[in-house]
Write a protein that binds this ligand. Structure first.
Ligand code: ZN
Length: 93
């Protein structure tokens, strides 16, 4: 059985700031606007209005996840909130 501690990554405050900045840039791209315009939540598969979908990091930044196309997906508010409860500490800036 693999040790759960392998999920704990050291991420510096500076790295977190950098990835959040990249996420902001990514949100401004046509790629993201198209993806969000599809209106589908990556987690529950439900259909939502564009403004109800937020950018969710599949691997959270605080766990070493990057703001790359492969690590972000549209998420509805309910799924986003549910996932936030899984985080080891609050991430609000
Ligand atoms: Zn959802």
């Amino acid at each position: 059985m693999p040790a759960m501690s392998s999920f704990l990554v050291e991420v510096s405050a500076e790295e977190i700031r950098r990835e959040r900045r990249k996420a902001r840039d990514l949100r401004a791209t046509q790629w993201w606007k198209r993806k969000r315009a599809a209106g589908v939540c990556h987690h529950c598969g439900g259909k939502f209005a564009v403004e109800e979908l937020t950018m969710d990091h599949l691997v959270p930044i605080v766990r070493g996840g990057k703001s790359t196309k492969g690590n972000v997906a549209p998420s509805c508010k309910a799924c986003n909130t549910a996932r936030k409860h899984d985080l080891p500490f609050p991430t609000s800036a």
